[in-house]
Write a protein that binds this ligand. Structure first.
Ligand SMILES: Cc1ncc(COP(=O)(O)O)c(C=O)c1O
Length: 369
């Protein structure tokens, strides 16, 4: 993944504010992020349905429908909206496509930045082709942590030393949830929202089987997501870990991250946030909200490209308490000692298992200059 291609790198908090249809407005670092209540969602949905019906009926020229000319006159001017768009200046940063004029599927794969094409070429000829194995010592070895810190600063509200880039989201979810469960011995339940992304549910199901735990699913409205009250009702003395999506992949619902994190802590449990659909989209303040653990991907709204690695955040206060289950050589304290026994590194390096993915190597000095 090329951190220079982070889609949010040049987008200010203020620009994002006006853009998010759910989070309005975002006042301070850890202002209670406002979740839509179900009633509000329904009201908004029914309003938009009524608006749509009126518009469709106007198109058909139905009796009683607003006059089409009057409708047009009241409609916002698309060109004027484009001109006033705080993000308009960023369009040229992305590679154009002859076939795609408007791309609304960043939730599956973000568009490439124009700079990325050159950086891949320069990486292949420069660090990889020119420096070969020396590039590991010169730069690549530290990149999981360097790129992690960069993502932390740009998009997560995380101070350095708490974010690492590695693996896929699914693998990092497994590693983090498993580590969190082990850090709460004696507690028997993992809590998640019933409509969470399938990989989260499958990973949790597997961990529960491995560790002899029970999975408690919060039944949520699929047009919304888990509310603070629902989470409070679901957790207690037996809860080890709560796993939730910050933004729901299905509904776009924004969970109350600060409120839920505090409630989970009150119950003595740990919280793991899946940030796949919120990173690069809404302001995130993991440190200020005292989040324990978070995982997310970089190929959606961070525009890292297909196969770009995932990231994990672990609050500094917890790092020494978590033992991750995939003990690989790259997470060992002395990687090249080739020691008989595994001794984890300190800090975020201990959450790495194997060799860094090459797409993250484009951060190297050779390519960036
Ligand atoms: C919310 C969420 N969590 C987890 C994943 C799994 O990510 P990966 O396929 O990178 O492991 C996805 C993938 O789209 C997702 O949307």
């Amino acid at each position: 993944m090329d951190p220079h291609s982070l889609g949010v790198a040049h987008v200010s908090r203020e620009s994002l504010e006006g853009y998010n249809p759910i989070l309005r407005p975002f006042d301070t670092a850890c202002a209670p992020m406002r979740s839509r209540t179900l009633d509000e969602s329904r009201d908004e949905d029914s309003m938009s349905t009524e608006d749509d019906t009126r518009a469709r009926s106007a198109e058909r020229g139905d009796a009683g429908a607003p006059d089409a000319a009057a409708f047009d006159a009241g409609a916002p001017d698309a060109a004027a909206l484009d001109a006033a768009d705080p993000l308009a200046g960023h369009v040229s940063a992305f590679l154009p496509s002859d076939e795609v004029v408007s791309y609304l599927d960043g939730n599956s794969l973000g568009r490439p930045l124009a700079a990325t094409a050159d950086r891949f070429a320069s990486f292949t000829r420069g660090a990889w082709g020119g420096r070969l194995i020396r590039a590991w010592d010169e730069e690549w070895f530290e990149l999981p942590l360097v790129v992690g810190d960069r993502i932390g600063a740009i998009a997560l509200g995380a101070a350095p030393g708490q974010t690492v880039v590695a693996d896929s989201t699914t693998v990092l979810l497994y590693k983090m949830i498993r580590a969190a469960v082990d850090a709460r011995p004696g507690r028997t339940e993992i809590v998640l929202e019933g409509d969470s992304f399938p990989t989260d549910r499958y990973v949790i199901e597997g961990i529960a089987r491995e560790c002899g735990l029970t999975v408690r699913q919060i039944a949520v409205d699929t047009a919304a997501g888990a509310t603070l009250d629902q989470v409070r009702d679901a957790i207690g003395d037996s809860t080890a870990v709560v796993v939730l999506s910050h933004v729901s992949y299905r509904s776009g619902y924004l969970a109350d991250l600060p409120g839920i994190t505090a409630a989970v802590h009150d119950a003595g449990a740990l919280v793991v946030w899946d940030l796949c659909h919120s990173v690069g989209v809404v302001p995130i303040e993991l440190d200020a909200c005292d989040v324990d653990i978070a995982v997310g991907c970089t190929y959606k709204y961070l525009n890292g490209g297909p196969g770009a690695p995932a990231f994990a955040y672990v609050a500094r206060r917890l790092q020494g308490q978590l033992a991750q289950p995939i003990q690989g050589w790259m997470g060992a304290g002395d990687v090249f000692a080739m020691a008989a026994d595994y001794r984890p590194a300190t800090g975020m390096r201990r959450f790495i298992s194997g060799t860094l993915r090459s797409s993250a190597c484009c951060r190297c000095r050779t390519c960036s200059t």
